[in-house]
Design a binder for this molecule. Structure first.
Ligand SMILES: *Cc1c(COP(=O)(O)O)cnc(C)c1O
Length: 346
């Protein structure tokens, strides 16, 4: 079966990184490339960022860091957000999240403080005892103290200011060290959220870090799926599983070669659209595992072999996500491995 084509614009990722750097002028800007660079390919994305001057990378798990080191070679920092104290041997920088991890570690590391996420990092009482007795820190070289914002995509939420206060206060009680604060959305929150190292992920990949406002980032992803067959059906005929869609007029149905196994959520049934030969056409019927159907009645030239764009300027990952109650991050990280991937060079 012909494959879909996923085009990833490395140049756009690099320009997005530079744009974030221009806004976050207080310090450096890292590249968060966990989950295979949000599904887009860390082995391609990270070297492109590295060539543009990015010196700090974040992944979630040790194995991701080990693979990333192979792609990047020696030099840039690769920090592991949830790797525990171990990954030093692999040339990785651990993010220390607990007392035990601090005690077990020697050498360079990042310390994470929890200021409102209740997920990873030291809480207020652990910080208190560390401020009183810093001996667990012996031998730990603090590269950064970091914390993570919970609601940076909602600028008016009071938790943002509270996290900024807690972070500033906590850093004041620790040995002096550079700070790392904002994620993508945090970079757009203003000076209180600036630090020595911002940690954007989603904005690099074209996801809107300022929901409700025009997307300041350049689009990165285009997904086009080939038409396998075009058929004509009569009014009253149904399309797909569950016979959930019924033709109200003589209809031409295009069947394309991707489905929920390729990260196109079944929950977008009947709501998403595609673009074929410059025309926008509606999805009809259920999303199957490997197939999706669209109504191409109004595009008489539509034929097998045509590509129908499902992700692109007309419908980006945020828009597709909005149709089915998820977020652009989940759309990108779910894209799967059945597409031919084409990388536009930086
Ligand atoms: C994922 C993650 C980021 C990046 O967040 P975005 O919203 O994608 O910019 C930054 N810091 C931490 C701790 C993370 O887990």
């Amino acid at each position: 079966m012909p494959q879909g084509l996923l085009t990833i614009d490395l140049g756009a990722i690099v320009r997005n990184w530079r744009k974030l750097g221009a806004i976050h002028s207080s310090g450096a800007v890292a590249g968060v490339v966990k989950a295979d660079a949000y599904g887009l390919g860390a082995a391609q994305v990270a070297p492109a960022l590295r060539a543009a001057g990015c010196k700090h990378f974040f992944v979630a798990q040790t194995e991701e860091g080990v693979r990333l080191r192979q792609s990047l070679g020696e030099g840039p920092m690769i920090a592991v957000l949830g790797g525990g104290a171990g990954p030093r041997e692999a040339g990785l920088t651990p993010v220390l999240n607990t007392f035990d991890e601090i005690r077990a570690h020697r050498g360079p590391a990042i310390l994470q403080l929890d200021t409102g996420m209740a997920r990873l990092g030291l809480d207020a009482s652990e910080l208190e005892s560390l401020a009183r007795d810093p001996s667990p820190f012996e031998g730990v070289e603090l590269l950064y103290v970091m914390t993570h914002l919970a609601v940076a995509d909602e600028p008016s939420h009071p938790l943002n200011a509270r996290q900024a206060e807690r972070f500033a206060e906590a850093c004041g009680r620790l040995p002096p060290a550079p700070r790392s604060f904002a994620n993508s959305s945090g970079i757009f929150l203003g000076d209180r959220f600036a630090s020595d190292l911002a940690r954007p992920g989603c904005a690099l990949y074209g996801i809107n870090p300022t929901p409700g406002h025009p997307n300041p980032m350049e689009p990165v992803v285009r997904l086009e799926i080939p038409v396998l067959q075009v058929r004509s059906i009569e009014p009253g005929q149904t399309v797909g599983y569950g016979a959930s869609w019924t033709a109200a007029r003589p209809t031409r149905v295009a069947t394309i070669s991707a489905g929920y196994a390729d990260g196109l959520p079944r929950a977008i049934d009947g709501r998403a659209k595609g673009v074929i030969r410059g025309a926008t056409v509606p999805m009809i019927g259920r999303v199957s595992m490997d197939l999706i159907t669209l109504d191409v009645t109004d595009v008489p030239e539509a034929a097998p072999g045509d590509m129908i764009e499902l992700l692109g300027p007309a419908q980006d990952a945020d828009a597709l996500a909005g149709l089915c109650g998820t977020i652009g991050y989940e759309i990108l990280t779910s894209l799967g491995n059945r597409y031919e991937r084409r990388y536009l060079p930086a």
